[in-house]
Design a protein around this ligand. Structure first.
Ligand code: GDP
Ligand code: IMO
Ligand code: MG
Length: 423
């Protein structure tokens, strides 16, 4: 049985959590494949809003097992808070939330190192969520990390101490003013580790292999977005994992040939949180309106998201890198009321017009070239069928489908689970 894959095509926060929740009824297993608590995935239903960071977004459905895959990095402290937030829903977590033994742990000192590294960078900072993501993946690839499976071994605390001591020396090396009380952080950490240990740890690649042989349906859930990918994103202003389709193979142990549908999610405009280039960013009332109407604040850090027009050059690049087979357009409702909409279809780059994403998209190198389309005035949020869509929205969708050569199968018209229109 094939594995389907869902990922973000922009700089994150496209609405992945909402759509995974909507699609979970069709799957037996929802498996997160990369990232960590830098992610904030929002789900809304029955008038309640939930934000998940590490736990997959299928958790509220009875039919699916939720798996935190080997490619994910877990902070036990944040994980415990997520579990606490779920406790009122009486979910049978013991039987539906599994953790890969090969997932790496975020230690308190990883978080401190993240803060020290960012402080040392000054103005050039990445704008990290300060969750310790970069330092944890560095220890993973540097072959120093501590994995979930280590928690089942008797010597893991010695490994921990050796690594934490090294981290303390590294924090001092940065020579920046970071205040912390490691003893307190460690007490909290060790308590949270015990809570994590109450959940089933599994050899998740073998589990997924067997599930496929039994004909179970699997949806791989991505975090962040393609333009934050460590290889293909706007480096160095990226996260430290492969957010693109290939990341699902390494982050779950699923063979490339087993992947069937690749659902690519994008907002009808563009947002970015943190530093880094953003060619179509708006500093005018249009950008302000997108941010206000779209409630564009980071689900993890609460920072305001930078807003701008849809960038088709960047979106096309993401569609190609991921091999997207179906598109899902989110937050179309936020654009209601604009007289005209602009879509970036090419860049002026070093005196030339180009239609691909160049190596360097800093503002001094790239000026967007826009195509203008008529907007629409109608409120989309109460619509429940594509036949109700205004002409402006249909024209916008058709324009994007023709440019991207991939069908838009879902149009989301509000944050709620029910505000989801299939085409
Ligand atoms: P994720 O990280 O990709 O899961 O996305 P986030 O949860 O960080 O950000 C998406 C935000 O947009 C959340 O606040 C969602 O509730 C909200 N959202 C999702 N889809 C829609 C939509 O179609 N319209 C509106 N207005 N909000 C939406
Ligand atoms: P979801 O899954 C949006 C951004 C940070 C920063 C850069 C590096 O909710 O879409 P990191 O903490 O990974 O070292 O930060 O990446 N970033 C995100 N932006 N959504 C996310 O996740 C993000 N995760 C990280 O703002 O610019
Ligand atoms: Mg988010």
């Amino acid at each position: 049985m094939a594995v389907d894959l869902l990922l973000g095509l922009q700089w994150g926060d496209e609405g992945k959590g909402k759509i995974v929740d909507v699609l979970t009824k069709n799957y037996d297993i929802i498996a997160r494949f990369q990232g960590g608590p830098n992610a904030g995935h929002t789900l809304e239903f029955d008038g309640i809003k939930h934000v998940l960071h590490t736990i997959p977004s299928g958790i509220f459905h009875d039919n699916a097992i939720n798996l935190v895959g080997n490619g994910v990095v877990i902070d036990p402290v944040i994980f415990q808070k997520e579990l606490d937030n779920l406790s009122k829903f009486n979910l049978d977590l013991q039987n539906k939330l599994f953790i890969s033994r090969k997932a790496h742990l975020i230690l308190p000192t990883h978080r401190l190192l993240d803060a020290a590294s960012e402080a040392a960078k000054g103005k050039a900072k990445i704008g990290s969520t300060l969750k310790g993501i970069g330092p944890t993946y560095m220890d993973k690839t540097g072959r120093n990390g501590i994995r979930v499976g280590d928690l089942e071994m008797s010597d893991w605390q010695e490994k921990y101490r050796t690594l934490a001591n090294k981290h303390e020396a590294m924090i001092n090396f940065y020579n920046v003013d970071i205040q912390y009380n490691l003893a307190e952080l460690e007490t909290e950490f060790f308590q949270a580790v015990e809570r994590l240990k109450s959940l089933p740890f599994i050899d998740s690649e073998a589990y997924l292999h067997e599930a496929q042989q039994q004909g179970k349906t699997i949806l791989a859930e991505g975090a962040q977005g393609s333009l934050l990918d460590i290889d293909f994103g706007t480096y160095p202003f990226v996260t430290s994992s492969n957010t693109t389709a290939a990341g699902a193979c390494t982050g779950l142990g699923v063979a490339p040939g087993k992947i069937k549908e690749v659902y690519g999610i994008f907002k009808a405009y563009t947002t970015r949180v943190g530093s880094g280039p953003f060619p179509t960013e708006l500093f005018d009332e249009y950008g302000e309106t997108m941010g206000r109407v779209g409630n564009e604040f980071g689900a993890t850090t609460g920072r305001p998201r930078r807003c701008g027009w849809l960038d088709l050059v960047a979106l096309k690049y993401a569609v190609q890198v991921n091999g997207v087979t179906q598109l899902m357009m989110m937050k179309g409702d936020v654009l209601s009321g604009f007289d005209t909409l602009k879509v970036c279809t090419a860049y002026h780059y070093m005196g030339e017009k180009i239609e691909h994403l160049p190596y360097n998209i800093e503002a001094e190198n790239v000026t967007p070239i826009y195509t203008e389309l008529d907007g629409w005035k109608e409120d989309l949020t109460k619509m429940n069928d594509a036949s109700q869509f205004p002409k402006g929205l249909n024209d916008y969708i058709t324009f994007l489908e023709e440019a991207l050569e991939v069908p838009i199968k879902i149009v989301s018209v509000g944050p709620d689970r029910n505000q989801t229109i299939h085409r």
